[in-house]
Write a protein that binds this ligand. Structure first.
Ligand code: NI
Length: 188
């Protein structure tokens, strides 16, 4: 089932998400719904808080970016991350233009370190520890931030932030043009 996406201004996006217990009810359904929602809205990553669940889960699928010849590994990067912990980030920070389903139509260059080491449970509760770089690291870092109550606009310069203020305010009132259902906080 495609779920509505919670957008900028909803308090769930600013909370530190809770660990998912192993007996979390309907986890399989939530995972399925999150993939469906992400695919429907043309995202490459989606975190629990974005569908109103303050839980430490995110899904990624960079298949649509798989035509990038420099990073063919994006073609089959489709994963579920449960209770992830970023153990380490390192390498030169680089700029990448990020977008977010919770910030429709906003794209900004964001600086992040190039490498990440992450520990997480997969959908079968098998513990993994992996290292990523390039765009895969970027997607992981962005989604992980959602579990910490952070959004990429927090990382842009104060000047850019100021220029975005009116658009962010409009999003929080639901005044934004996008092709998927959204949940917003303020009256229009
Ligand atoms: Ni996002």
């Amino acid at each position: 089932m495609v779920l509505p996406v919670y957008v900028y201004g909803m308090s769930v996006l600013r909370k530190i998400a809770q660990e998912i217990p192993e007996d979390y009810e309907e986890l399989d359904q939530l995972i399925e719904d999150m993939f469906e929602t992400m695919h429907f809205s043309d995202g490459v990553g989606l975190a629990g808080p974005q569908v109103g669940k303050s839980q430490r889960i995110f899904v990624v699928d960079t298949t649509p970016m798989g035509n990038n010849l420099e990073e063919p590994e994006l073609k089959d990067f489709r994963k579920v991350f449960l209770n992830p912990i970023i153990l380490e980030e390192w390498g030169d920070s680089w700029a990448f233009e990020e977008g977010c389903l919770s910030l429709p139509n906003i794209r900004e260059d964001v600086m992040r370190p190039s490498h990440v080491r992450i520990e997480y449970y997969d959908e079968n509760w098998s513990l993994k520890e992996e290292v990523y770089d390039g765009t895969r690291a970027r997607v992981i870092q962005h989604e992980y931030d959602h579990l910490e109550g952070k959004l990429f606009v927090d990382k842009v310069s104060p000047i850019r932030r100021k220029l975005l203020a009116a658009r962010l305010n409009a999003i929080s009132r639901g005044r934004v043009d996008c092709d998927y259902r959204i949940v917003y906080s303020k009256k229009a």
